[in-house]
Each structure stands twice: as C-alpha cells, then as structure tokens.
Design a protein around this ligand. Sequence first.
Ligand code: ADP
Length: 238
Amino acid sequence: MEGPVLSVRDLTKTFTSGGRPLTVLDGVSFDVAAGATCAIVGPSGSGKTTLLGLAAGLDRPTRGTVRLVGTDLGPLDEDARAALRSRSVGFVFQGFRLLPTLTAAENVAVPLELRGEGGAAATARDLLDRVGLANRAGHYPSQLSGGEQQRVALARAFAGRPALLFADEPTGNLDAETGARVEALLFDLNREAGTALVVVTHDPELAARCERTVSLRGGHVVEDTARPAPDVRPARVA
Ligand code: ADP
C-alpha cells in the first residue's frame, strides 16, 4: 500500500454532556506512516481514547476525516468498517476485543481462519506459547487476568499481521514484568510484521520507544515530535 496507514484530518468530536455541547477533540490532524510507531500522550480527559475510537472507525466524528489503510471511513457503513478492521487492524484494549465465547486459542485462530490458512489451531497454540500462555489455551477470556488478556490480544495480532495496531494503555494495570513483556511483544510485532503501532500511553518509557509522540491537551495536538528509530531502540526485554 502507498501512503500512510492512518491519516486523520481536522478530526473534531462534540458530545452532549448534561444537555450542553462538549467538544473533546478539536481539529486534530496527523498521519502515521506504514510500519511507524506512534505514541499518543496527554493528561486524563484530553481526548486520547476518543481519538483512538474515531481512528479505528468505532465511532464517527462530528467533523473531519479518517483514512485507514487508504480508505476513507466516512462513506462506509458499519459492516464495511468491520470488514476493513478485520482485514487490516489489530487491537490491544483493556477489557474488551477478545470474543468472550471463544477460548484463548480460538480467539487467536480467528484471523488465520479468516485467511483460510490450514493448521490454524496448531499455529494459534504456537503463538500463545510465544506470549507465555501455552497453559491458558483452553481458557475463556473471563478466566484470564487483565495481563493475560492483553497477551492473548497480542498473539491474535501476530496471527493477523495487521497493517496497523491500536493499543490503549497496553502496559497500564500490569505489574512491571508483564508490562515489559507486553511492550517487547508490541515492538516484535512492529519489526517482524511491519505493523504500525498507535499506542495511547501514560508510560514515558513506552512513549520514548516510539518514533513519534503526539501530545494532546484539551482536544488539541499541542506537540508532535519525531525521533530517530529503530536503531536507537533499547535492547529487547527478555
Ligand atoms: P482520555 O482518553 O485522554 O482520558 P477521553 O477521550 O476518554 O480522554 O475523554 C475526553 C473527554 O470526553 C472527557 O471529558 C470525557 O468525559 C468526555 N467523553 C468521552 N466520551 C464521552 C461520551 N460518550 N459522552 C460524553 N462525554 C464523553
């Protein structure tokens, strides 16, 4: 694909709160290049999660456009958005996005089966092994801790090799060791599959590992900094 994997222009979202309009994103524009890593940072309430939801086409903006892997989301209905997401987008969100009625292994196998690949069950088990969850293959999401669910979501992203992965606080609420492991896996996915990462985070170390940091405040981009990568990334956490 030519061009950026994500392009947002003049993105604006106004909610109605207590009968009054509340503009939580106001004219946000930026691009994420194929294979790039981008952190979205900012204080609580600055619009980060709203931005991710709009960029992934889970919600519609009040004004502005989102192009995801070259496709303008504006004219697409919900089914077409879902189809585009299942082809091209991975998610590591707290507390959702795993299918609750499927086991960990079945969740990971979904993208493989969608592509019609043989041996999906065995590949899914290998990927769960890779994220340290071989012994959780038959568990349902409700039987897994938050950190385990994040790692299942990452194993599923490895299976799908999406062009773009959205992660919302992927290391939040995890102990230091699990957080480091999830972080390492995110960058492995970026290196191995060329998956672009768009990561909302409060974690300064995780943000510093991304090539780019977009800072939001009060719904505006107040800073957009790029730094050289990937050769300056710290060594992989074991
Ligand atoms: P962040 O992720 O940076 O903490 P959010 O995007 O979650 O920020 O929220 C930004 C602002 O939008 C907050 O003031 C929040 O209360 C408000 N907000 C988010 N979703 C809704 C909604 N569905 N209805 C009304 N207000 C909302």
